[in-house]
Structure formats: C-alpha cells, structure tokens
Design a protein around this ligand. Structure first.
Ligand code: BG6
Length: 484
C-alpha cells in the first residue's frame, strides 16, 4: 500500500459540537444553541430561542474554546497532518446580517490556526457546519430567503481575507445534501435554518433553500480564488451507496433514484449545472425554484476544486408495491436491513467496502480529487481505570482504511486525505448525546452533562498514531499497539 507522502491524515470536528463558549467573545446564538439533548431514537427539540432550564449540550460542549492549546498538543502528539473544523459563523457575525465582523471571534480562530500551524497541522475549514446565526432564521426565515446569499458571501469574504495565509483547504456547506435525502425537521433546520409552517410545501422550500446555498457556495468559490488563487475550495456531501434490496429491477430503479436525489448537489457543485432529471422534476411539479440566468452563470463559474464527503454507512432499499412511476415521492422509501453487514450501537450499518464503492462512484463521475472528511464509529466506550480499550473502533477504522487503500492503489482514485470524525469525543449532531463517542481521545462528560472534561487517550489513539507514522503502510503488521 502506498499513500503519497503528502497524504493528509487528520481528524474532523465541527465548531458547535466541541467548542462550547457559546456566548464567549461576543458570539451570537446559533441554530445549534437552540437544540436540546435527545437520545438514541429520541429527536432533539428545537426550541423557540434559548429557554432557561433546558439542556442545551452545545453550549458548553467539551470546552475546546478554553482548552484549545492542550487539545492541539494532543493532536500534535497523535501526529495529525491536518485538522478539519468549522468556523462558527455566529462568532464572526453574531446576528449574521451585520456590516462589520466581531473582532474577538476572528481573533479566536487566528489563535487556533496559529497553534495548529505551530505543530505543522494544516487547518481544513468548513464555512457552514449546521451552525448558522439563529437571528437569520428568526428575521429572514433561513435559507428560503435570497438575502442569505449576501450575508454568507460577506462572511466568506471576511474569513478568506483574514486567514488567506493560514488556511488552504476550505469547504462551503457541510453535508449540503442531507436535507434532500432525509427531509425532516432536523435536517431542514440544521442545513438551511428552515422551519416549515402549516400549509407550506416543505419540499419546494427545501429546493429553494438549497438553490440559494448553491449560488452562495459558487460565489464563495470565486471570491476565495480571487483572494488566494492557491485556495482549494471543496464541496461536502453526505454519502453512502444505496443498494437494491433484491434483483427486482424496480428495486434497482428505486436505489438509483435515491442516489440521484442524494447526489444531485454534486452535479451542480462539480459540473456547474443542474442535472436534466431534476429540472424535469421541477417542471412536472410546477416548482418555481427561482433559478435565474445570472444564477446559472454563477454556478458555472464557481465549481469546486475537490469533493469532500462523509461516509458512515450504506443503505438498502426496496420499491413500494404501489411505487409511483417517478420513484421520487418523498417519505415512501422502504429501507431494509442488510443481512451481510453488522451495525453500530446506534444501528448504522458498517460497510467498509461501501467506502470503496463511494470513492469509485465519485471518481467515475467527476474528474476531481476526493477527500474523505468524515468517517467513524459512534459507540459506547467503557472506562477501565483510565484506559479505554476500543478495539471495535480500531477494527472499524482499519477496515475502512484498507478499502481506501484499495481504491487508491487498485482503482486509481485520486485521494487527498482522510479525517476520521470526532477525533476527540464531542456532542452528537443527530442526538445531542455525549455518550455516542467517535473520539480517539476520550472526554469525561456524559449525556447528562456531568464530568470533569478530562481528556484520556484511547487505544485507538496509539493505533492511529502508529498508522500515521507509517503513512498508512502498516495496517496489518504490528499496528495494534495499545498504551505503551
Ligand atoms: C455528519 C455530520 O452527519 O455526521 C456531523 O457532519 C455529525 O456533524 C456526524 O456529528 C455523525 O453524526 P452524529 O449524529 O452521530 O453526531
């Protein structure tokens, strides 16, 4: 196995899930700040503003805001070449619609990026990761409103200029596509700040909001390249193959349609235009998305430099007995358990080969480098003294990295790097839990928000450290080293 010597081994997080300091340095309330803790199978509540007495896990998260120096030191010890995080938009523009940025917020990321660079760790930065300023939801209705394009591009321009010599790799919107594939209250709110009122057409609003984001993303790409032509500005999709449940061609048609619905954003961000099937769908549904000729030019001129994506699981679907002819009607998907795969504690199917399938899927369609910016196992960890023997996480990572290596070496996939999700335990986006742990570094805090916040290195920490040291070339021989 051979990864290039510049391969970006890293780790990934998002500002709202680990920083805490939700009001520090003049930060405004973000949409993540009005989401309570849920549980496995219990959705998070989206409250009308911050209500005293409710449990909002993102407010403190793991207090990285105050502990960033010690944590970055641990990332350096781990050997990370890059670190993916996001900028909390509401630290820079607390309300989102101000003319001038908040200097204290900008200064925080200066300090963080300097600290990373001190250890030769490249920051990889997402501009919007489920944490837009809440004011933009209340005053403008979130991304349903075209004005958001101006607010976002202004924010992008400010941070591009400020960090132009510190950051090379950027992404515009995290998992921009999961609002289509899993259209529900949570995904509409976290992706686009949409709150659907009775009588409104959620699907239409979702497509409009997505369009505004895509235009904003394409403009940001152009602005970024003007500021620093060396910037690499990517997209970020949530992915995983959709397999048909049986050889019945109807199931194949269903699986194909779900992949289209999941990945049409890639056509727009990588090729600069809407796919024909979707334009047809808009026409059939009589959906006025508000795509102007000027928008089409912007999309064409603002295609991304690379494809960032998250990969956790694959899915199996079957067509309904009375499946509509377009195979598109939302909410009709019948998901089936894959009998060949095991599942995580949260029921996510574990499919390492699916990662290779996904890498090939992208590579065959778009002539762009790929970057796996999230992958990992959310699991319960058990403390054994001050040790965490997370062999299951090592096994997960190892099997996925093996498939990644095959994609590079056997299939010729152009892969820039790999940043496993939640390199340090953090608040789950979906459930708001702490006990759904992805980290290689343990954080002493539980679902009830109790704990010392102390950091401990898990067995997987030492395993990944060794893997990076050998540039991924020693997956099987002697790499399962636990605590020295
Ligand atoms: C991705 C998100 O959907 O998956 C992350 O980009 C999220 O923000 C991760 O945390 C894992 O999901 P969850 O719900 O287990 O936190």
């Amino acid at each position: 196995m051979a990864f290039s010597k510049n391969f970006l081994w890293g780790g990934a997080v998002a500002a709202h899930q680990f920083e805490g300091g939700w009001q520090a340095g003049g930060k405004g309330v973000s949409i993540a700040d009005v989401m309570t803790a849920g549980a496995n199978g219990v959705p998070r509540e989206i409250t009308d503003g911050v209500i005293p007495g409710k449990n909002y896990p993102n407010h403190e998260a793991i207090d990285f805001y105050d502990r960033y120096k010690d944590d970055v030191k641990l990332f350096a010890e781990l050997g990370l070449k890059c670190f993916r995080t996001s900028i909390a938009w509401s630290r820079i523009f607390p309300q989102g619609d101000e003319a001038l940025p908040n200097e204290a917020g900008l200064a925080f990321y200066d300090k963080l990026f300097d600290e990373l660079l001190k250890y030769h760790i490249q920051p990889v930065i997402t501009l919007s990761h489920f944490e837009m300023p809440y004011h933009l939801v209340k005053a403008y209705g979130g991304w349903r409103n075209r004005k958001l394009i101006d607010f976002f591009t202004h924010y992008a321009e400010v941070v591009f200029k400020r960090y132009k010599d510190k950051v090379t790799y950027w992404m515009t919107f995290n998992e921009i596509n999961n609002q289509t594939s899993g259209m529900n209250d949570w995904s509409l709110f976290t992706n686009s700040g949409l709150q659907i009122q009775p009588g409104e057409n959620a699907e239409l609003l979702m497509y409009r909001a997505s369009h505004h984001e895509l235009v904003a993303s394409a403009l940001a790409v152009q602005i970024g390249h003007r500021i620093n032509p060396n910037f690499m500005i990517g997209s970020m999709f949530s992915t995983g193959p959709v397999y048909p449940a049986s050889p019945d061609p109807k199931d194949t048609m269903k699986a194909q349609r779900l992949m289209q619905a999941n990945c049409w954003y890639a056509d727009v961000q990588c090729k600069g235009k809407y796919p024909a099937w979707l334009k047809h769908y808009f026409a059939v549904k009589n959906y006025d998305i508000g795509i102007t000729l000027a928008d089409e030019d912007i999309l064409k001129a603002g295609t991304v430099d690379y494809i960032g994506f998250s990969y956790y699981a694959s899915h199996v679907v079957k067509a309904a007995a009375d499946e509509p002819a377009d195979y598109m009607t939302p909410g009709r998907d019948i998901e089936v358990k894959n009998p060949t795969l095991s599942r995580s504690d949260w029921g996510w199917e574990i499919d390492p080969i699916g990662l290779r399938v996904t890498l090939n899927w992208f590579s065959q369609r778009f002539d762009l480098p790929l970057f796996i910016v999230e992958n990992g196992l959310g699991a319960f960890d058990r403390l054994d003294g001050d040790r965490i023997h997370d062999g299951y996480r090592i096994d997960y990572l190892k099997k996925h990295i093996e498939q990644m290596a095959l994609a590079v070496n056997e299939d010729g996939v152009d892969l820039l790097g790999y940043t496993p999700w939640g390199i340090i335990d953090l608040v789950s986006a979906g459930t708001g839990q702490m006990d759904k742990r992805y980290g290689l570094i343990y954080v002493d805090k539980n679902d009830a928000g109790k704990g010392s916040l102390k950091r401990l290195k898990k067995d997987s920490f030492y395993w990944y450290q060794n893997l990076i040291r050998h540039n991924g070339n020693q997956l099987t021989e002697n790499t399962f080293k636990t605590h020295p």
